[in-house]
Write a protein that binds this ligand. Sequence first.
Ligand code: ACM
Ligand code: ZN
Length: 426
Amino acid sequence: METNKEYLYRSLHLDCARHFFPVSTVKKVIEGISYGNMNVLHWHLSDDHGWRIESKKYPKLHEVSGEYYTQEEIREVVDYAKERGIEVIPEIDMPGHNLALLSAYPEYSCKGEPVTPATARGVYRTILCAGQQCTLDFIEELLEEIIPLFDSQYFHIGGDEAPKDEWKKCPHCNAKMKELGLTSYEDLQGYFTGRVADILKKYGKTPICWNDALLASNIPEDVVIQYWTIDYAKEMVPFIEKQGKWIYSDMFELYLDYPHSMIPLKKVYEFEPHLYRYPIPDSHTADKENGLIGFEACCWTEHIETEKELCEHIFPRVYALAERASGIESKDYEAFKTRLREKIKLLEAAGIPYTPEEGWDPKGKERRDDAIQFYLNMGAGVDEEEKKKQAASAAPKLEFVLHFVKEFFKPQDFFALLKAALFGSK
Ligand code: ACM
Ligand code: ZN
């Protein structure tokens, strides 16, 4: 694969839905990534925990989870980013990850029953109903309001982690499948994605979806796919072969919400794009207009609450990705760290928090204890009943679990990890 080039898409994803961060913090993050020649902020603005954009048409949306950005603030952030060469791409995740929206407007789920925004990590089963025209009409009205706030070419529509439990029992969803001759619930998601993509295209926007969306056989070919999970790595191969455009965000290398004990700086610096067990069809990766258009580091915030924590997760790890995306090919880690110390001076001057050098590549017991503690915290706050429901519909595959352990832990962690998994940390 040719790598000696600047990629078109050099991005950080920032989740302001799980935890809300004020405009001043978002600006600090934008300022910081601009020091690394990055050109995109992918702004995750809706999720189970919160809806973060003021809606003048549907004010219940932003009222439901308390903290949100006014439309004026959104424009302020977009302008601030633009002055620094950064385009802000919004994400409105659908049909899953929508408990906040459905808390305000439960009529757009299959059962129409009341729900409340999430307060803990998870993949929740109540999602938008794809069988009712009123859901799509609502989404269209909403997108018509949101689209003009941003001037990016792309618009992210999520598509990840959408359990089909409720669709399977829904008369509207089943009737829609029959009407369209669809044979799988994944294809119903494909239909839904296609309709939302049509709305975006009317406004000249190109949709981006997470790679879960490739489970559908009928997803439009011009949707850009963001590769994050090995679960659907196989589906990437035919997509790339058909010249699909994609973004690389493998969660085991580029998810900066994981602590340094699980994804140390050196790992971010040394990653090479790959699709788990499947070779990347390389005929379409060399042209920067096609194939792999770039890289994105993601910072989810289920477990991150303060500006300091947020920035320490992002900086300076994000600069390792930024160099790669900018086409800097050096694999000399020590030389990279020397360049990084210059970036640290800029962060210092701007008052942007960062992880100091002693925390970049944790070792020994300190690494192991921190990684195990993080792993144990991942399930915190989900009640037992909800845990059972999630395990029934969205349990990780064994292959994923094994890969998770292999990527995030070391063989010598095995007994401590097993003990912690069985008995907790204390
Ligand atoms: C994702 O991490 N659910 C895209
Ligand atoms: Zn339905």
